[in-house]
Structures are given as C-alpha cells and as structure tokens.
Ligand binder design. Sequence first.
Ligand code: NAP
Length: 308
Amino acid sequence: MTATKVAILGVGKIARDQHIPAIAASDAFDLAATVSRSGGLEGVDNHPDIDALVLARPDIPAFSLCMPPQPRFEIAKKAILAGKHTMLEKPPGATVSEALTLADLARAQGVTLFATWHSRYAAGVAQAREWLADRTPTKVEIIWKEDVRRWHPGQDWIWEAGGMGVFDPGINALSIMTEILPDPLHVIAATLSFPENRATPIAADLTFAGPRGLQVSAGFDWRQEGPQTWDITVQTDNGTLRLSDGGATLHIDDAKQTLQDSGEYPGLYARFADLIAAGQSDVDLRPLQHVADAFMLGRRETVAAFHD
Ligand code: NAP
C-alpha cells in the first residue's frame, strides 16, 4: 500500500500529543508538510498559511485540521475547495451551521470530510455499544469532571465565544453517549455556570429525555481538583455498564472487561484512510447539536471569576 501524504494544519497541543505520533505509526499516511505560524516541526516542510500550502504542495491530497474551532471553518472551506480530503478535530464547528456547510461543500467537491470524535475510539466504547445493542437502558448518568488548569493551561480560546468552555471536554462524553446508546435523545433542561469574567461556561448540568421515559443526566465541571472523573454509567433491563477513564475502562456488572486498545488517534487515522478509499464522508453532528441545544435551552448562572 502506498501511504497517502497528509499535512497537519495547526501544530499545537493535540497535534504534538496525538496526531503526529499516530501518523508516524501509520502505514496509511505520511506527514508531508505542516501549516504553523509558530514554526512547525523540525525537518518537516512548513508553510505560514493554507494558501501557501495549497500553492506549493499540490501533491498532498489530505489535510488534518488541528487548530481551535473558531478559526477552523474558513480554513476547512479552503481545504475542501482546493479538493483536499479533510479531517477535522472535534468539535467540527463553532456552530452547527458551519459543520453542515462544510458537509455540503465536501459532497459537492467529491472529497472526504471526516468530523472526528476521538473518544469514540477509546478502548471500551465499541464493546459497550455492542453490549447495549440488545438491552434497554433505564437510567444513564454521565460525570465528566476535570481540572481545567491541568488540561488547558493558558488556552485562552476555550474561554472565548465559540470555544465552548467545559463543553470542550464534555462533548467527548456526548460523542460516546450518542455512539453507544441505541435511543435518540434530546436535551430537556440545562444549567450553565459562567465565571463572571469569561464568555464560556466552567460547569454545566444537562438532562436528556429519550423513549420509554428514559432520562440521562450529565454533569460537566472544570473545577475538579484531585482525582479526575470521566465516567458513564448505564443501567439497563439486564445489567449495568460503566465506562470510565473517558471510555478506556469498561465494567459490566462490576466485572472489569478485558479490552483491546489500539489507541484513539490511530483509530481515527485508520478510519480516515478507509473513508478516502471508499470515497465517503463521516459527519455525525449529534454531539454538537446537543451542545447547541444546551446553550439554547440552558438557564445561566454567574459564578466566581476564573483566573488561570
Ligand atoms: P492549542 O494547542 O491551543 O492550539 C492548536 C494550534 O492551532 C496552535 O498551536 C496554533 O498552531 C493553531 N492556531 C491557534 N489559533 C489559530 C488561528 N487563529 N488560526 C490558525 N491557527 C491557529 O489547542 P489544542 O489543545 O491543540 O486543541 C485544538 C483542537 O483539538 C480543539 O478543537 C480541541 O478541542 C481539540 N482537542 C484537544 C485536545 C487536548 O488534549 N488539548 C484533545 C482532543 C481534542 P501554530 O502555532 O502551529 O499555528
């Protein structure tokens, strides 16, 4: 198999932590260039912006966009219009309409658009989905509580409009929820807590409704010091499932399951390669829609100012 040349646009935390190692380990892709305003990677052809990249490297058919959501739409539009297969970090847009526009554009251009949800590739998620497929959920509880100072030090964009605040990690939980639960759900109540000096919430409590009176509660909080919690518990008519560590650990009726872990980002790049080969796109906007609904329906409260 010949590896597909891919460029990374936006060489920040997630590109360095996950994308670059995943591409290095992949037979399907070769990292051929970057777009980085801060210099990129040693030994890798770097360009100051997407226009320069498109002009200089017509040989690269696939772009992976790793910048924050606010500037991503304009860059994604240029990538797709240049005929590039395009992979988007989560969330796929700062708004739902942005993501829908990109999906339409990709269809019209005949290129692959992959709106990624990395948490869906955590080790326990596929097995959880399989186990739940022939059971009826009766109660679901999501608890996603972490320390923002530990995971997002100095990242101003998450506190600016369009940065989503605590939904930046919370949407990962929603991406797992929409992947594993067989039922359609919708937000029926939400409380969003905004620090008095910030434009995005530091905490959010959501309630979803589904068929047969099913209720799902989700608590997201960025003020958690000490142990960090990324748990989803699903009670069903025939047993209880608990995904913890962001989906990496699975318990069924308190028994820890043995899982095969091939890594979230290797899984994303394998999927991107399959989509390109099949001439398909994968754009599931349900997690983003739930966040948008929470902003639309949610009651807002003001809490203490947050300082990094
Ligand atoms: P980051 O480190 O703050 O920023 C990523 C990079 O994007 C920056 O280093 C910069 O790269 C580029 N960039 C920033 N502002 C830009 C602008 N206005 N125009 C063009 N490029 C810009 O953020 P991150 O943590 O990597 O997160 C990026 C995305 O990945 C977010 O959507 C986030 O939700 C997602 N994500 C993050 C994590 C995580 O653990 N951090 C995990 C999963 C997903 P250059 O300096 O190279 O230009």
